[in-house]
Design a protein around this ligand. Sequence first.
Ligand code: SF4
Ligand code: SF4
Length: 113
Amino acid sequence: MRARPPGGMNGGSPRGLSLTENHRPFHQQRWGPDPRRQQRRQMGNAKKKPKLKEHIIQREWCKGCGICVAFCPKSVLELDDNDKVVVARPEDCIACRMCEYRCPDLAIEVVVE
Ligand code: SF4
Ligand code: SF4
């Protein structure tokens, strides 16, 4: 009798579904590293972090709620004397866009390089 591979003929699942090989039957499974996974990993490593170019602030739309100031992880933003948002420390900005996503009045936009 032929020896069965550990975990059964379908690559590890007693129900016949292989979690690692995308449900391929045993005779079609590739052994060794998954090329698609390797490609994804390389693409992930090559991904560049966004770099801030500028903040575009529509001062007339800003109502001074301070949501962007509160959500900014780097304390880049502040409210001025007129309760309008200003970019106090642009050099600390990591271009995460949290301010843009959270502003209820769409008053702030982050432009990246
Ligand atoms: S979240 Fe929008 S409206 Fe509120 S302070 Fe910031 S820019 Fe102004
Ligand atoms: S993009 Fe991120 S780090 Fe930059 S000001 Fe907005 S919330 Fe702060």
